[in-house]
Design a protein around this ligand. Structure first.
Ligand SMILES: NC(=O)c1ccc[n+]([C@@H]2O[C@H](COP(=O)([O-])OP(=O)(O)OC[C@H]3O[C@@H](n4cnc5c(N)ncnc54)[C@H](OP(=O)(O)O)[C@@H]3O)[C@@H](O)[C@H]2O)c1
Length: 305
């Protein structure tokens, strides 16, 4: 009997233990995956511990792996922490991205950089890929600097932008917006949610699949990859509540200016995903479909069928 030797392409995922990284791992089964992490070891792949503040160690790790593809999903995502700890935010979100882009160029690797709707000021909403970024907080500034570094150093690269990512499982030691709302409501606790902040909530597994399809297609340029529906955080919370048949009266609408936030948030950073919808097999899903999938994923995690 002949033995077939199949060489799989090498894929580095940074932030592999995070909300998006954990979903990417599920969609990347055909690759030899190297899971880069810092504080939270990812569930699968060959684990590579790298603190992105250490640029030499990061370069060394990438040179050793020699990846064909890098999906750079790691970032300091705590918006208020970025505002407070600017050196840390700059090192992780910009300098490490610059280093990764240089390594991708030197190694001939295809790079996907995951960016954010927070590169926009939120005055317009339903942003298209060619709209002008104008971040209003330090997190958005550092992510935009990352986009610029990637764009200047590479042509074989894709910059994707997502918005309020959520999923069925805690990751990197924290719960996401959807799990926070569901957890509180199930315990009968009141939640205060911004009613005047509009976003395009993005299910992590839908995003992971879309990104891996872009990898397969070697898509380049800028692409908005988020959920297909624009809604306020309050409406998002209400739809979660309805899907789980919980008590809607526990969700209290508040104005953004009354939230105890250090950094400013864009009022409407929703994303236009027409471009992605037109050429991806696995396109951006509507809020209805996404919440249906979330419930299925949640129930199978809980083992309740
Ligand atoms: N979450 C959102 O709502 C949202 C919205 C739009 C865009 N995005 C973008 O989407 C991407 C994925 O976000 P996410 O939601 O998956 O974030 P997340 O769950 O907070 O995960 C962030 C990841 O970054 C890693 N990381 C942070 N600091 C690091 C460091 N110093 N060294 C190495 N790794 C480090 C973390 O690793 P450890 O846990 O191992 O330390 C973690 O796996 C990010 O680029 C983010 O900017 C997120």
């Amino acid at each position: 009997m002949e033995t077939e030797l199949v060489t799989r392409m090498k894929l580095v995922i940074t932030g592999a233990g995070g909300l998006l990284g954990s979903a990417l791992l599920k969609s990347a089964k055909e690759y030899e995956v190297y899971s880069f992490y810092n504080q939270h070891p990812p569930a699968s792949g060959s684990l590579v511990h790298v603190d992105l503040q250490n640029q030499d160690r990061l370069t060394d790790a990438l040179r050793r792996v020699k990846p064909d593809v890098i999906v750079h999903a790691a970032a300091l995502t705590d918006i208020d922490r970025c505002e407070r700890e600017r050196d840390l935010a700059t090192a992780v979100n910009y300098e490490a991205t610059n280093t990764i882009a240089k390594c991708a160029r030197d190694l001939g690797a295809y790079l996907v950089y995951v960016s954010t709707d927070y590169v926009f000021d939120g005055e317009k909403g339903m942003y298209r890929e060619d709209d002008e970024p104008a971040p209003i907080n330090f997190y958005g500034q550092t992510k935009l600097m990352g986009e610029q570094a990637v764009g200047e150093l590479l042509s074989a690269c894709l910059i994707t932008r997502a918005s309020v990512i959520y999923g069925s499982t805690p990751s990197s030691g924290k719960v996401n917006f959807a799990l926070w709302v569901l957890g509180a409501l199930k315990e009968g606790k009141q939640v205060a949610v911004a009613a005047d902040q509009f976003v395009s909530p993005t299910l992590n597994t839908n995003l992971g699949e879309m990104i891996m399809e872009c990898v397969e297609k070697r898509s380049t340029g800028v692409l908005h990859l988020s959920g297909a529906s624009r809604l306020s955080r309050f409406d998002f919370a209400r739809k979660l509540c309805k899907t789980w048949s919980l008590n809607q009266s526990l969700i209290n609408p508040v104005e953004m200016r009354k939230m105890n936030w250090l950094a400013s948030r864009p009022k409407d950073s929703s994303l236009d995903v027409t471009k992605a919808g037109a050429f991806l097999r696995t396109g951006p899903t509507s809020i209805k479909e996404s919440l249906h999938t979330l419930k299925e994923e949640f129930d199978s995690r809980e083992g309740t069928g």
